[in-house]
Design a protein around this ligand. Structure first.
Ligand SMILES: [Zn+2]
Length: 611
């Protein structure tokens, strides 16, 4: 599942990139141009060396997203002229990124090398693995996609919503297929997760085999009755594994992850005790949990109303492909539901994380189109809170109880289990694959490190464990010696999606939004005479989110006085009227002045109007 992330990211503390002021060449030197050309040539030849000779016959493993956060998972493998890409996920922003809808990985390097991309393999249908597909595929020249049937269904629906269906070929795989993409041979093994069709990969390259296992747990009694293919994993392990890349989400959690079967039984027991309507909130992609809700509803003779577009879409896709098995006529429209008594109704909705626009939040606010809470209802929220969402969830639960609903949350009843392996399962994966090298993936840095520590307890030499950042490159030559390249790194970072804009909101915009959100803004409107640069009237001040102007007459008067002085003195410092210069001076001086008086730093925005 997708999690909000707290680490790294942006904030006022992020160091600015150092831009050298001097190019190291004496400006008065007559041979300067020659020297510059020489310098450029040597730079270019260095680049060529690192790009081509040193790397082309080496395997290069490049995590492009998902090793510094839970979300935006994407990894590239390169050998010779061939590149394959695994997953294209998105991440949700945290509260340091006001106004941002999603984050996707930076794909500049892939765009530059798009002719060498042989295919994209998607491991499963969660948004942190498929969400960026419609944003990234077109930028890479619509390469072919390979995935299992349910995931293909979800991807096609997403591409259709973006008007991109039919551009990339979406190839549906069978779990026993062998895929040849350039220098790579890819085989598959079934893993368990909270969505059917989650696959692990065996990627055979000319220098060895990689086992790629993201988003998995070992479940002997999964909801769809299809357990992990241990036999295949063991067989791949026996062939010799160069590198294991494995899920770190729950690397800090001891023991084993609970089976989906236990959750199914809990849901059934809970349904059996409830007398009124049941409102069940869940992730729209968690097909396993949705199956269990339908099963429990059928057992207690309840009809199911499905609300929410993504939920309706996903259920339709899963039904049409045979991944959900439900009783005929169990789904009813809310109009038709009126003829059933309350104890024969389940309302299935999304928004278990308190997301503002999702069904459950609207129900809790009382502005859902068809669902109104009434006394006797029971709301079941099936999800562990993603860090950062706790407060929104708590407020939503309070609203639901105020409206008269009884609330069952995972804290009061373990109704949700994670789809990610705990420590004992992670160790079993290492034992089965016996890799030479290990790279923990899928997690925030502390989870990745915890997984690395776990590998050490299994006897893995520390020098064979690699914890990379997004964009770093692990290189393995024909001598099978792996190292992180120190001289080369692909461009990495976050691309922000804000409304319809992709990548047009950068760090500067985010920082502005942070400043405004924290200390508000302070606009100074200065009207000047075009000819002599003199003030025509008093500067105007507009303050939003900083101070209430009415109670602060003195401060405002002093600022106006200060601005007037600056215009009179600084406005004349330059021969030509230079408004950009004046604006900067006013911004800095007024900013400093306000800080001295208030210890706050609002965004100061001088606006100069010439008449
Ligand atoms: Zn997942």
């Amino acid at each position: 599942m997708i999690k909000k992330q707290m680490p790294k990211r942006f904030g006022p503390t992020k160091p600015m990139q150092h831009i050298p002021k001097d190019d190291g060449v004496n400006k008065t030197d007559p041979n300067r141009l020659d020297m510059l050309i020489q310098k450029a040539t040597s730079l270019a030849s260095n680049l060529t060396t690192s790009r081509h000779t040193s790397s082309r016959q080496n395997l290069r493993v490049i995590p492009m997203g998902g090793v510094e956060e839970v979300g935006e998972n994407m990894t590239a493998f390169e050998f010779g002229d061939d590149i394959i890409v695994i997953d294209m996920g998105l991440a949700f922003p945290d509260d340091t990124m006001p106004g941002i809808d999603y984050i996707i990985p930076d794909t500049k390097w892939l765009e530059e090398n798009k002719k060498r991309i042989r295919g994209v393999i998607i491991t499963h249908g969660h948004l942190d693995h498929i969400g960026a597909v419609p944003y990234i595929l077109p930028k890479l020249g619509d390469p072919p996609v390979y995935t299992m049937a349910l995931t293909a269904g979800f991807i096609k629906k997403r591409l259709e919503e973006f008007g991109l269906l039919g551009r990339s070929k979406i190839n549906v795989l069978n779990k026993d297929d062998v895929l040849a993409l350039g220098s790579f041979k890819i085989r598959f093994f079934r893993l368990n997760h909270s969505i059917p069709d989650s696959m692990g990969l065996s990627i055979t390259s000319p220098v060895g085999q990689i086992i790629y296992a993201t988003d998995w747990k070992f479940d002997h009694t999964p909801a769809d009755g299809k357990p992990t293919e241990f036999d295949k994993i063991a067989r791949f392990g026996a062939e010799g594994v160069l590198l294991l890349m494995s899920d770190s989400t729950n690397a800090v959690k001891p023991g084993y992850c609970a089976s989906e079967r236990e959750i199914g039984l809990t849901i059934e027991r809970t349904f059996g005790d409830i007398k009124g309507r049941i409102i069940f909130a869940n992730f729209s992609t968690n097909i396993s949990r949705i199956q269990q809700v339908f099963d429990a509803a059928a057992k207690f003779n309840r009809k199911v109303i499905v609300t929410g577009r993504s939920l309706v879409n996903n259920i339709e896709i899963a039904l049409s492909l045979g991944y959900l098995k439900i009783q005929p006529k169990i789904i009813v429209k809310s109009e038709a539901a009126k003829k059933y008594p309350d104890n024969q109704i389940v309302i299935l909705t999304t928004g278990a994380q308190g997301e503002e626009a999702a069904g459950l939040a609207r129900i809790a606010r009382g502005d859902h189109k068809t669902v109104k809470i009434k006394k006797g209802d029971t709301t079941i929220v099936s999800a562990s809170p993603i860090p950062g969402n706790e407060r929104a969830i708590s407020a939503m639960l309070s609203n639901l109880t105020r409206l008269g609903s009884h609330v069952i949350y995972n804290k009061t009843l373990d109704i949700h289990t994670s789809g990610h392996a705990h420590q004992e399962e992670l160790k079993l994966m290492m034992a089965l694959t016996k890799p030479k090298y290990f790279m923990p993936i899928h997690g925030e840095h502390h989870m990745i490190v915890a997984h690395a520590e776990l590998a050490k307890t299994m006897g893995m030499p520390p020098e064979n464990i690699f914890t990379l950042d997004n964009g770093q490159i692990l290189e393995v030559g024909s001598d099978k010696i792996a190292k992180v390249t120190t001289d080369d790194k692909i461009s990495s970072g976050y691309v922000f999606i804000d409304g319809l804009g992709v990548g047009d909101v950068g760090e500067v915009v985010i920082r502005d939004r942070q400043v405004m959100a924290q200390d508000g803004m302070f606009v100074i409107i200065i009207t000047l005479n075009r000819r002599d640069g003199k003030l025509i009237n008093q500067p105007d001040i507009i303050s939003r989110g900083f101070i209430y102007m009415k109670g602060n007459d003195d401060l405002i008067r002093e600022v106006k006085h200060e601005v007037r002085k600056l215009v009179e003195t600084k406005g004349k410092e330059k021969l030509e009227p230079n408004w950009a210069y004046l604006r900067n001076v006013i911004r800095d001086e007024v900013g400093e002045y306000l800080y001295q008086k208030t210890e706050r730093r609002p965004m100061v925005l001088p606006v100069i109007i010439e008449i």
